[in-house]
Design a protein. Structure first.
Length: 228
C-alpha cells in the first residue's frame, strides 16, 4: 500500500468507533514538541509543525472524510497559525543559539512577561476571542465560543513560547480546560486524551520554566530578548 494512502485511510477500530492513525500520530508529534519546549530545545518547533500538518487534515473532517465527519474550524485553523508562529519561533530560538555559538543544550532562558506584555496578552485574548466568535458565526463551527477561545489562546501561547515568557504555560492550561470537553463531545478522543495529559504536562512545564527563571543565568542560556 502507498504510504501516503495508508496515512490518510488507516484506522484503529474499537467496536463501532474508528480513530485515525494520523490523529494519533499528529498528537504524538505534538507531545514530543511540548517535551522539547519544556527542555527549551530548538527541535521542538519543526517536530510540532509536522504534528500541526497532520492534525489540520484531521480537524477538517468534512473535507478529508474523517470518521467523525465534522469540521472544527477553530481546531483546524489554529494548526495554520501554529505553523506560521512556529516558523518564527524556530528562527528566534536558532538565532539565540547562533549568537552564542551553542551547539547543544537549551536554546533560550525563560523570563516573566512585563506587566505591559501581560496586559497585551489579556487584551489580545479578549479581542481575538470576540473576532473569531464573530467569524465562526459566519462560516459555522462546532462550538462557536469554545472554538474561538481555543484558537485565540493557542495562537497567544505559541507566541509566548517563541518570546520565552513563562506565562505561556498558563495560557495553555486555560486552552486545555476548554478543549478537553469540546473534543470529547465532538468524538476526537485521542486529541481529548492528549489535551487532558497536556494540561498536567503544562503544570510541570510551568514549574520547570519558573525554576530556571529563578536561577542565575549560565553561559549556555542565551537571552532571547536580543533575538529578532
Amino acid at each position: 500500500m502507498d504510504p501516503l494512502h495508508w496515512l490518510f485511510t488507516a484506522e484503529i477500530r474499537f467496536g463501532d468507533q474508528a480513530i485515525l492513525w494520523r490523529e494519533v500520530l499528529g498528537n504524538l508529534f505534538g507531545l514530543a514538541s511540548a517535551l522539547g519546549g519544556m527542555r527549551r530545545r530548538v527541535w521542538a518547533w519543526p517536530i510540532g509543525i509536522v504534528g500541526n500538518v497532520l492534525l489540520f487534515t484531521v480537524f477538517l473532517g468534512a473535507v478529508f472524510d474523517t470518521p467523525q465527519d465534522k469540521t472544527l474550524w477553530g481546531q483546524a485553523g489554529r494548526q495554520i497559525f501554529f505553523v506560521a508562529v512556529s516558523l518564527w519561533g524556530w528562527h528566534r530560538w536558532r538565532q539565540a543559539k547562533l549568537r552564542r555559538g551553542i551547539e547543544s543544550g537549551p536554546a533560550i532562558r525563560p523570563r516573566w512577561a512585563t506587566w505591559g506584555e501581560r496586559l497585551q496578552l489579556v487584551l489580545l485574548y479578549a479581542a481575538g476571542t470576540a473576532v473569531f466568535w464573530w467569524l465562526f458565526g459566519i462560516i459555522g463551527s462546532y462550538g462557536r465560543l469554545t472554538e474561538a477561545w481555543i484558537l485565540t489562546g493557542s495562537i497567544l501561547a505559541t507566541y509566548g513560547m517563541a518570546r520565552g515568557w513563562v506565562e505561556f504555560w498558563l495560557i495553555w492550561i486555560a486552552v486545555d480546560a476548554v478543549g478537553v470537553p469540546t473534543l470529547i463531545n465532538a468524538g476526537f478522543y485521542p486529541s481529548a486524551a492528549l489535551y487532558a495529559f497536556y494540561g498536567a504536562f503544562c503544570v510541570a512545564g510551568f514549574i520547570a520554566w519558573w525554576r530556571v527563571e529563578r536561577t542565575p543565568a549560565g553561559p549556555a542560556e542565551p537571552d532571547l530578548a536580543e533575538a529578532r
